[in-house]
Design a protein around this ligand. Structure first.
Ligand code: MG
Length: 385
C-alpha cells in the first residue's frame, strides 16, 4: 500500500535527503502529499514540480503570493504555523516527517499526534522543550515516534523493542570541529572553521551546536524522552570516526551497536520503512578503509554545554526548554558576529540561573512556550547589552 508522506522543512538538509530517499524507494511505495519550507521558495517550487504534492506551506503571505507563480496549477498553498497544522491534519497524510529545526515545530507536532499520524522525527528541539507533554500525548494516542537523529535511530534499532532489558545507553558523538583544539584558541577560530564539521554536512545552527557539544547535550534530553531513560543511564562517548552511531548495554552485559557510514539518508530511510528494511543503493561501510574505531570520554571543562544540559534535565520542568531557547538565541547572535564563541555557554548558564520554573506536575504547552519566550528575551538582552 502506498504511504502518503508530508515533509515539513523539505528544503533543509534533512528534507532534501528525505526526498532523495523517497526517489530511491520502490515506485508506488511512497507518495509525497505535502511539502513545506520557511523561505526557500525557489527550491520548494522545484521540489513541488517534481513530486507534485497536494499542498505546500510557506513562512509568510508574501512568500505565498510569490510561490503561486512558480507552482503547477492545482497545488494548494498554506501559510505559517496554521498552514503546518492544517497540513498535518489532512486525511491524505499517513506519515509526517518533521525536518524543521528549532522549537517552532512543537505545535504542528502535537497536532499531528492528536491526528494519530505516524511521526518520523528529525527535530530534537520539540522533545527537548516539550518531551514530557509530547510523549504523554503520543502514548495516549497510540502514536509511534520513529527518530531520525542518527544516534536515536541507532538506539531505537539496538533496543529493538526490548527497552525493559536495557541498562545503559552509550550516546556517541564525533566531538565536532573543536575536539582537538585547545580551549584557549576557541575564540580565535574563524567561523568558517567552526561551520566545517569533520563528519556531517548539516545546517548552520546544528553545526555550531556540534562545536559547543550542545548538540550532544540536547541529544541526552531527546534520548531521555524517546526511550524513557534516566539521565544517569545515558553516557556520552566521543567517537571521532562517526561510524558507531550509538550503543545499548543490556542487563546481561551484552552491548549492541549500530554502525554505518555517516549519511543521514540511512536513518531517514529506516524511519520511513520501519519495521522493514528495503534494499536501496546507499553508500556502504568499507572495513578495508575503516580499520579502527576509538572512544573516549568527553572533556566537560572544555565543553560546558554538556554539563548545562544535564543540569537542565535533572531540574526538569521548563529548564530544558529554557536551555534550548537560550542556545538558539546565543547561536544566532554568534552567527551574526555579535558574540564570541565561548560566550555561548556563558549566556545559556546565566539564563538558566535566572529561570524560575512552574511547579512540577503542572507543566503545559503554554508554560513551555512562555518559558521559551522569556529565555529568548533574556538571552537577547545578554547578547546585545
Ligand atoms: Mg545527532
Amino acid at each position: 500500500m502506498t504511504q502518503r508522506l508530508a515533509i515539513l522543512g523539505s528544503t533543509g538538509s534533512i528534507g532534501v535527503n528525505a526526498l532523495d530517499v523517497v526517489s530511491r524507494l520502490p515506485k508506488g511505495s511512497f507518495r509525497i502529499t505535502a511539502l513545506s519550507a520557511d523561505s526557500n521558495i525557489k527550491l520548494l517550487a522545484e521540489q513541488a514540480r517534481r513530486f507534485r504534492p497536494k499542498i505546500v506551506s510557506v513562512g509568510s503571505e508574501e512568500l505565498a503570493v510569490k510561490i503561486k507563480r512558480l507552482l503547477p496549477s492545482g497545488i494548494k498553498i498554506s501559510v505559517n504555523r496554521e498552514g503546518l497544522c492544517e497540513t498535518v491534519s489532512r486525511s491524505d497524510v499517513d506519515i509526517v516527517l518533521f525536518a524543521i529545526s528549532g522549537s517552532s515545530c512543537l505545535e504542528p507536532l502535537v497536532k499531528a499526534i492528536k491526528n494519530k499520524k505516524r511521526i518520523a522525527l528529525a527535530n530534537k528541539e520539540s522533545l527537548v522543550s516539550g518531551g514530557a507533554v509530547v510523549m504523554k500525548l503520543a502514548r495516549k494516542n497510540g502514536v509511534r515516534m520513529i527518530p531520525i537523529d542518527s544516534e536515536h535511530s541507532a538506539i531505537f534499532q539496538c533496543l529493538d523493542g526490548k527497552r525493559a532489558l536495557a541498562r545503559k545507553i552509550y550516546l556517541t558523538g564525533s566531538g565536532g570541529p573543536l575536539l582537538d583544539i585547545p580551549k584557549k584558541r576557541f575564540d580565535t577560530m574563524p567561523q568558517e572553521a567552526i561551520l566545517n564539521h569533520p563528519k556531517w554536512r548539516m545546517g548552520r545552527k546544528i553545526t555550531v551546536d556540534s562545536a559547543t557539544m550542545m548538540n550532544k547535550g540536547l541529544e541526552i534530553i531527546e534520548a531521555k524522552w524517546l526511550f524513557e531513560a534516566c539521565e544517569s543511564s545515558i553516557e556520552v562517548l566521543v567517537h571521532p570516526e562517526a561510524i558507531v552511531h550509538s550503543m545499548v548495554e543490556f542487563v546481561d552485559g551484552s552491548i549492541i551497536a549500530q554502525l554505518g557510514v555517516p549519511d543521514m539518508r540511512i536513518p531517514i530511510q529506516y524511519a520511513l520503512t520501519y519495521p522493514s528494511r528495503i534494499a536501496t543503493r546507499m553508500p556502504r561501510l568499507d572495513f578495508s578503509v575503516t580499520t579502527s574505531l576509538s572512544f573516549r570520554s568527553p572533556d566537560i571543562d572544555k565543553f560546558p554545554c554538556l554539563g548545562l544540559a544535564r543540569e537542565a534535565l535533572k531540574k526538569g520542568s521548563t529548564h530544558p526548554a529554557v536551555l534550548n531557547a537560550a542556545d538558539e538565541e546565543a547561536v544566532r547572535c554568534y552567527l551574526e558576529g555579535g558574540i564570541r564563541f565561548t560566550a555561548i555557554p556563558k549566556i545559556i548558564e546565566k539564563v538558566l540561573g535566572r529561570h524560575r520554573s512552574p511547579k512540577a506536575g503542572s507543566l503545559s504547552l503554554d508554560n513551555i512556550t512562555e518559558a521559551e519566550e522569556w529565555a529568548k528575551e533574556e538571552a537577547r538582552s545578554l547578547c546585545y547589552h
